[in-house]
Design a protein around this ligand. Structure first.
Ligand code: AHR
Length: 495
């Protein structure tokens, strides 16, 4: 079956908006096998590593052009005392990860390990500070430890621990989910805490801080309003927002064994990001019409039941074409809102929730979500080309959702990219694209799809789902036509 959609792309917008590369950011929490047994295997491991960090993961993430990595949480961040994780590893105290399975951690992965790993990845670190159970002094010390160039108690300690030059960490989160695991605070109380913690973080011209407030849960617009109203904007670079595509928090359902009705509900949640971002942006516009404060969606992704026979506290789940569709829709949403959304972090990078990488001892696989992020990386730091989209609906029972999403950008080399998703499981979409003000002579493309929605890459079949060349688009002047198959993601390149 075929349905129609039309996309109008404005190739010469009046004012230019850059799609920040940081929209394509990732998140690595001390949770399950994300850090320990994921990124970090220790330098005595047989798995090839650099200072304990897996080389295969580093290579895969460099191919994604991972722009930033958020660490150490999540909920873990507000229990983490960074001083436990520096200095000789055999002297570091153990801690219990109370949020995630009560496992004991030996603190062998700490600040140096994380920041040096970010260097390997060419990614900017984004550190979440501990507000819930930490002190303003502790966070101030952390900043001095990582960023201070001259002599000071903390920079001397850093040098003693083997790092001469400061890392100049720019991105700092002031707590995480302060309304929940980060301290169960009210928005008003947290706004005051933010002001206090931010005040004592040593800022300098050489290493200016980008301070991010712990944001709302989904559609809690009052949270954003309270922060925007009560925190002076000179100390507020960004406000967070978290939204997960979860069907029902009490009955999340299997990551791989799901019905069309469950798939539809997940798509509905993925689509909700559009509304959430739009409404938080409207609140921010009220207090910051010049859009100086960024919206930072520092947790997003699909959340299902853990894989059978795995620790429920470790949030390890498989990743199917459904996840590819979440990624395709959500990244199009962020691109189209790039005037306000300037950073986002998929939860999470390795072995946790909607991971881009899964590992099993020495084996590593790339998930469908990885491939979508790799295909979409062409949008990083490109100029947004605004679009208008008319699409048919994807109908399940009495409910419907728009079948197609799209976004477009022009990169520094003059190439235009258009990313498209079709969430409909049955209908092909015949798409007509008109590009006003552009001139092209060729079009190429890549597609990610599979013959079954529930398909995934496994350790036995690691390449079952991977991008393929897409030759189905034809270009006539400034008009393109193509057929977008059911549950597929396509990225076109025009020159
Ligand atoms: O990503 C998993 C958890 O989800 C994070 O620790 C927390 O911030 C959120 O509730």
């Amino acid at each position: 079956n075929a349905q129609q959609a039309t996309v109008m792309v404005n190739a010469s917008p009046g004012s230019a908006t850059t799609i920040s590369k940081h929209i394509y950011g990732h998140f690595a929490e001390h949770l399950g096998r994300c850090i320990y047994g994921g990124f970090y295997v220790g330098d005595t491991s047989k798995i090839p590593n650099t200072a304990g960090v897996r080389n295969d993961i580093v290579e895969a993430l460099k191919k994604l052009q991972i722009p930033n990595l958020r660490w150490p949480g999540g909920c873990f961040a507000d229990t983490y005392h960074w001083k436990d994780g520096v200095g000789p590893k055999d002297k570091r105290p153990s801690i219990v990860n109370t949020n995630w399975g009560n496992v004991t951690e030996d603190n062998s992965f700490g600040t140096h390990d994380f920041l040096n790993m970010c260097k390997l990845l060419n990614a900017d670190p984004y550190i979440s500070g501990n507000v819930g159970s930490g002190t303003a002094q502790e966070l101030a010390d952390w900043v001095q430890y990582t960023n201070f160039e001259n002599k000071s108690p903390m920079s001397d300690w850093r040098r003693q621990n083997g790092q001469d030059q400061p890392w100049n960490v720019k991105f700092w989160g002031i707590g995480n989910e302060a309304w929940g695991c980060g301290g169960n605070m009210t928005a008003e109380y947290y706004a005051n805490e933010y002001r206090k913690f931010a005040t004592f973080m040593p800022n300098s011209a050489k290493a200016p801080l980008y301070r991010i407030a712990s944001g709302a849960s989904g559609a809690d617009y009052n949270w954003t309003e309270t922060l925007m109203k009560n925190i002076p904007h000179w100390m507020l670079s960004g406000v967070g927002v978290h939204h997960y595509s979860v069907i029902d928090w009490n009955k999340k359902s299997s990551a791989t064994d799901y019905s069309e009705a469950q798939y539809f509900l997940t798509m509905k949640e993925a689509w909700k990001m559009e509304e959430i971002v739009t409404k938080h942006a409207a609140v921010m516009d009220k207090y910051d019409p010049q859009k100086k404060v960024a919206m930072i969606v520092d947790e997003w992704g699909g959340w299902y039941d853990v894989e059978p026979n795995t620790n429920p506290g470790f949030l390890y789940q498989q990743n199917t074409m459904r996840d590819a569709m979440i990624a395709g829709i959500t990244l199009n949403t962020f691109n189209n809102h790039a005037d306000r959304v300037r950073m986002a972090n998929l939860a999470q990078c390795v072995n946790v929730l909607q991971a881009v990488i899964l590992t099993d001892k020495e084996k590593m696989i790339l998930t469908p979500t990885y491939h979508v992020m790799e295909m979409y990386k062409v949008h990083q730091d490109a100029t947004l080309l605004p679009i208008q989209l008319a699409t048919s609906d994807y109908v399940v029972g009495t409910e419907k959702l728009p079948a197609v999403t799209a976004s477009a950008s022009k990169d520094a080399g003059g190439k235009t990219h258009i990313s498209l998703t079709n969430i409909d499981t049955k209908n092909t979409q015949v798409i007509t694209i008109n590009i006003e003000g552009g001139q092209y002579t060729s079009v190429t493309g890549r597609i990610l799809t599979s013959n079954k929605l529930q398909n995934y890459n496994s350790f036995e079949e690691p390449d079952k789902i991977k991008p393929a060349a897409f030759n189905g688009a034809s270009l006539k002047g400034n008009a393109l036509t193509l057929k977008l198959p059911p549950f597929s993601v396509v990225v076109l390149e025009l020159k």
